[in-house]
Write a protein that binds this ligand. Structure first.
Ligand code: ATP
Length: 235
């Protein structure tokens, strides 16, 4: 479904990614792990067209999207939930969802999208007319995911969905991620919580200073001494 081949990205003179290659199969959950500044968010930004690779190729659903615009990429069914949610604080919950549904052209598609969001996250249905700024951090994360789902993605990029959330909310978010995946959406998940991410994903990649240094099935990564030391508290 998604393939990166030898992707380099630089911010001015600062090289953020070097020769990154990775793959997400149809229906898979794949996780991307790494320390702060390793290049995880940059990888997602390159995929969704927000930064341009200097070298390499990104293929989505058989189509080269390396130079495609972000709106064309969303329209093709590839949606990005950025780190820090980036919801519109002065819009209501419903208005935020409608923004996410801007690629859907019929009233019925939008109605179905809103109903699906309320089913996945009942709290968003209850708070439909509340300003998004008044939601808790966890509810804002739910809204960010629900907004992306309004576009009916086939591949979802999730950047640190558990960041700063209480364990109960993290469980709730991961429950929905699992449910969304079970409904046929492939997922590339960036997560600081390596333990949870490796439990959810079938496979993973580890980035270090812009390069993939390890990859493999989650069970194998969870056993890897380097991963245990760096990301699983040495357990
Ligand atoms: P974190 O978990 O802290 O978000 P990350 O693995 O997602 O880290 P990136 O945000 O992709 O890492 O950053 C990779 C490198 O690129 C870092 O050295 C970072 O300082 C740099 N970088 C990221 N965004 C920019 C930018 N807009 N301008 C300049 N440098 C940037």
């Amino acid at each position: 479904m998604l393939e990166l081949e030898g992707v380099d990205v630089a911010y001015g003179k600062r090289r953020a990614l070097e020769g990154v290659s990775l793959r997400v199969g149809t229906g898979e959950i794949v996780t991307l792990l790494g320390a702060n500044g390793a290049g995880k968010s940059t990888t997602l930004r390159a995929i969704s067209g927000l930064v341009r690779p200097g070298r390499g190729r990104i293929v989505y659903d058989g189509r080269d999207i390396t130079r495609a615009t972000p709106d064309a990429i969303v329209a093709a069914g590839l949606c990005h939930v950025p780190e820090g949610r980036e919801i519109f604080p002065d819009f209501t919950v419903r208005e935020n969802l409608l923004v996410g549904g801007h690629t859907r052209f019929t009233a019925q598609a939008i109605r179905e999208g809103l109903e699906r969001a309320a089913r996945l996250f009942p709290i968003l249905g209850e708070r439909a007319h509340q300003r998004a700024a008044t939601l808790s951090g966890g509810e804002q994360q739910m809204l960010a995911i629900a907004r992306a789902l309004m576009a009916r993605p086939r591949l979802l990029l999730l950047d640190e969905p558990s960041l700063g959330l209480a364990p109960r909310l993290v469980r709730e978010i991961f429950r929905v991620v699992r449910e969304v995946n079970a409904a046929g959406v492939s997922i590339l998940l960036v997560e600081q919580n390596a333990r949870l991410a490796l439990r959810l994903a079938a496979r993973g990649y580890v980035l270090e200073t812009g390069r993939v240094v390890l990859e493999g099935p989650s069970a194998r990564l969870a056993e890897d001494a380097r991963i245990r030391q760096a990301y699983l508290g040495g357990l």
